[in-house]
Design a binder for this molecule. Structure first.
Ligand SMILES: [Fe+2]
Ligand SMILES: [Fe+2]
Length: 347
């Protein structure tokens, strides 16, 4: 299958590509990030045997759409875990920094999800290759873990299929009541707006918002049973007040039931009820979006909305001290919330 992007053409590999592919093996800068000369030699041997594997539906060259100049190489393969599919991309170093990688990787992401119907795609890059890490993060990949391979620290990234989001939505529609489901969708919208405003990954904000109240379908008894069965330990405060417990269960369900492995998203979900003193920007975005989504009426919500125009910390404090405090009904505030208010109240 051949693909076209704005400036590139991505064509299935053929025996005519051999010389161009060999030229890549001589590009020292490329192999600097890929395990050095051993890996280059491995690729050289692969290219020698290219014909044996043709036609190959999983390897492509990247060329200039206008004049066919060779830019680099793309492939899909089974990841070292033996299960997931991994995207690899190599560009000749003289074409780095022009946005070509971003162009072709985003096209491949579209292809694997829309046409190959994959649920998840991996990409691994050396942690020292900051440009590659940034590129993947910009395209919505999240870091799964770091590992050592080819004698260097590698960052393993993943991106989930958008179909998965629809599946999650359908499940939530069945497990949450109408009001809670509408609230969830509204929090998603507000979280994405805030993420855009404060430079947070919008995809992470969306997923965290989508799943933040996923445990709200459980009643108190079911929540206590869930905690018991899943080893979720409750502090004294949460033993006495079930309300914030849905955040802890929500994070656990997001991982176990909905397959979210991104720790940033899971942390934001688990902190969305009572906050904490070391909130990330993503945590704050979800926390505030939960409090100011358009269905929240009243002057307190309006005040927090106004603060969220430019001061996320102020909005966090307002949401906790006003909107979320309605649920306290005379009970003491959770110690994490108290610490959070202290930390994020500007002196
Ligand atoms: Fe909640
Ligand atoms: Fe909520």
């Amino acid at each position: 299958m051949t693909f076209k992007t704005e400036r590139c053409i991505i064509k299935p590999i053929s025996s005519n590509d051999k010389q161009d592919l060999f030229s890549m093996c001589d590009d020292i800068d490329v192999w600097d990030y890929l395990g050095g000369s051993n890996t280059a030699n491995f690729h050289r041997a692969n290219i020698e045997n290219l014909e044996k594997h043709l036609p190959d539906p999983n390897r492509w060259t990247i060329r200039d759409k206008k004049d066919n100049t060779f830019f680099g190489y793309l492939s899909l393969g089974t990841h070292h875990d033996g299960e997931d599919t991994e995207l690899s991309y190599l560009l000749l170093s003289k074409y780095w920094g022009n946005g070509y990688a971003s162009e072709v990787v985003s096209e491949m992401v579209r292809y694997v999800f829309n046409e190959r119907k994959l649920k998840r795609l991996f990409a691994e890059t050396q942690s020292a290759n900051l440009a590659s890490c940034r590129l993947l993060e910009k395209l919505g990949f999240y870091k799964l873990r770091e590992l050592t391979r080819f004698n260097a620290e590698q960052s393993l990234y993943a991106i989930d299929s958008p179909c998965k989001i629809n599946e999650i939505k359908n499940t939530l529609k069945q497990t949450l009541d109408n009001k809670r489901f509408a609230h969830t969708l509204a929090v998603c919208e507000t979280a994405v707006e805030l993420a855009d405003r404060f430079g947070v990954d919008k995809r992470k904000a969306y997923l965290a918002a989508l799943l933040h109240d996923c445990a709200r379908g459980l009643n108190e008894e079911q929540q206590r049973t869930y905690c018991h069965e899943h080893g979720i330990e409750l502090d004294e405060y949460m033993k006495a007040d079930i309300n914030p417990v849905h955040a802890l269960i929500g994070a656990d369900m997001a991982k176990q039931r909905f397959g979210i492995n991104d720790q940033d998203i899971l942390d934001a979900i688990s902190r969305h009820a009572v906050g904490g003193e070391n909130m990330t920007l993503l945590d704050k975005v979800l926390f505030v979006a939960d409090g100011i989504e358009p269905n929240r009426a009243g002057s307190d919500a309006d005040e927090a909305r106004l603060a969220a125009e430019n001061d996320l910390d102020k909005a966090v404090v307002l949401v906790m001290t006003t909107i979320k405090s309605y649920y306290l009904q005379g009970k003491p505030m959770h110690p994490n919330a108290i610490k959070m208010i202290k930390k994020y109240t500007h002196k």
